[in-house]
Every structure is written in structure tokens, then in C-alpha cells.
Write a protein that binds this ligand. Structure first.
Ligand code: 8IG
Length: 277
């Protein structure tokens, strides 16, 4: 949908699942792939994985798919790719994340996840760049998400939709990831609204309530993925230690640079994990 047209998700009377079904139909038509098995959202630092997972069947500008918004940030690629793995699985790679801090509403944030489910995907792999609270972690290190704390005070669920979030980040899938890399550590992801990074006091709060990772994206997406019936695997690339844990100020440029350096290693890891799913 061209940028000059309004996004159908901005109409409060629209049914977001119907918009997601339209988006899935766009993807099927434009890619020629009727059904996808796995969906993969690539956050900062993870972009190269798409090139090594398999053969790209189609690359679609997100703006051609109903309900998708233009990426707000340089370094976030606004494309959807359909990839066929060597063993014949169809992977929908989402390089067009809409962040909660863009203030377009939570429906737009989780549209890619609902679209992935509507394409048939039963597994949702969510990746992000994030800050690390554990002092033993180093920038450039990938970690598994074991659980989350949603500090946005928002939810993608509408109405009295009560969804169980026990084992939200599937133990089964984390175990599969660890068959590929047994050294993978894991932690609890705290989603803050952003786009500012935390104050050191906020990082201490996150630590005190059981958080290990601070980020701005994944919790709301995981909730929507669970609502849609998908099994979820979450990965954070620790691009920086959280504010006050590292002694120097956080800079977006450094975050991008850490992601760039780690990219070949973590992309290879992710490709092997996807193969193992
Ligand atoms: I990359 O330190 C990245 N994303 N909230 N805090 C939050 N999000 C982040 C951070 C961080 N680093």
C-alpha cells in the first residue's frame, strides 16, 4: 500500500485479523508461495541471516503488503522475503518491524506477527538488538530469551482476551537452539517503551524485578504470536551493556557498530537454528 494511502489498521473499526489475512494474501500472490512454515523477524544485527538460510524465492517491499508501515529507522530494512531452506521449509523473513515507540499503536506493532500466522507459520522466531544487564555478558553476544516483563503497560490483545503466557518462549525451541550452540545463555527480556534508553536507576529497577535484557520490541510481538497460536523462539543480540552497567554513555552508532561486527557469527548461528527447527 503506497505511503500516501492511509493504513487500514488506523481505522478503529477494522478487524486486525482480517487486515492480516489480506496481507497474507498479498504475500502469497506476490511471492507465489501459498504457505509459510516459519516466520523470522530480524532485528538490529541479525539482518545477514536471511542471506544464508536458503534460497530467496521473493523479496517484497513491505509497502506492497497491506497494513505495513515504512521503517522509521535507518538500518531497519523494509522488506519481506520468502526463503526456501535446503530441506524445503518456507521461511517468511520480516525485515520491517514497526516499533511501539513510533506511536502508531500496538495494532501496527504486531501486524507482522499476525500476518506471519495468517501465512500459515506455526513458529515465530523473534530477534532483536538489546542492552544487557548481566555483567558477564559482552557486546556482540547472542542470548536466548527465556521470559519477559512487559513494561509498556500496553497489550496487543483487545477486549477480554485472556491468554496464558506460561512457557511463552518455548522451552522446547530453546533446547533446540542449544543443540546448535550449547554455550547460549538465556535471560528475561524487559520491554521498555523507548525510544530513549533507560536511566541507570531504571536499569537497576529492571534488574531488581528479575530482568536481564532491556529492549524496545519483542514482548508485545511475542504476546500477539502466542494469541495467534504460534510457538515462539526469542533471541537478543547484546549490543551494549545497559545504562549504568557500562560506564560510558550509550550511543546508537556504537549499537549499530556492535551489531555489524557480530552479524556474521550470529547470522550463521540463526541459520543453523532455523535449519534445526
Ligand atoms: I540495541 O540498552 C539496544 N536496544 N531499552 N535499552 C533498550 N533498548 C535497547 C538497548 C538498551 N540497546
Amino acid at each position: 500500500m503506497p505511503e500516501t494511502h492511509s493504513n487500514p489498521l488506523d481505522d478503529p473499526s477494522a478487524n486486525p485479523f482480517e487486515v492480516a489475512a489480506l496481507a497474507a494474501a498479498d504475500i502469497a500472490r506476490l511471492s507465489g508461495v501459498e504457505k509459510h512454515d516459519i516466520a523470522l523477524t530480524l532485528g538490529s544485527g541479525w539482518g545477514k541471516a536471511a542471506d544464508i538460510i536458503g534460497e530467496t524465492v521473493a523479496t517484497l517491499p513491505a509497502t506492497e503488503v497491506t497494513g505495513f508501515s515504512k521503517p522509521a529507522l535507518e538500518g531497519h530494512v523494509g522488506t519481506l522475503r520468502s526463503i526456501r531452506t535446503p530441506d524445503g521449509k518456507h521461511v517468511l523473513v520480516i525485515g520491517a518491524r514497526t516499533h511501539y515507540y513510533e506511536s502508531h499503536g500496538v495494532r501496527r506493532v504486531v501486524h507482522s506477527v499476525r500476518t506471519a500466522a495468517a501465512t500459515g507459520a506455526k513458529t515465530m522466531v523473534l530477534t532483536n538488538g538489546a542492552g544487557g544487564i548481566r555483567e558477564s555478558w559482552k557486546p556482540g553476544q547472542p542470548v536466548l530469551i527465556s521470559d519477559h516483563i512487559n513494561l509498556t503497560a500496553d497489550s496487543p490483545l483487545e477486549g477480554a482476551t485472556f491468554i496464558d503466557l506460561t512457557d511463552l518462549y518455548s522451552k522446547r525451541l530453546r533446547d533446540i537452539a542449544r543443540t546448535v550452540d550449547p554455550t547460549l545463555d538465556e535471560g528475561v527480556y524487559c520491554q521498555f517503551r523507548g525510544p530513549h534508553y533507560e536511566t541507570p536507576a531504571e536499569v537497576q529497577m529492571a534488574k531488581a524485578i528479575g530482568g536481564h535484557i532491556v529492549g524496545m520490541s519483542t514482548a508485545l510481538e511475542a504476546i500477539a504470536a502466542r494469541e495467534a497460536g504460534m510457538e515462539i523462539l526469542g533471541f537478543s543480540l547484546i549490543t551494549n551493556l545497559a545504562a549504568g552497567i557500562q560506564q560510558t554513555p550509550l550511543s546508537h552508532a556504537e549499537v549499530i557498530e556492535a551489531g555489524r561486527e557480530a552479524e556474521p557469527v550470529i547470522s550463521a548461528l540463526l541459520a543453523r537454528v532455523v535449519e534445526a527447527l
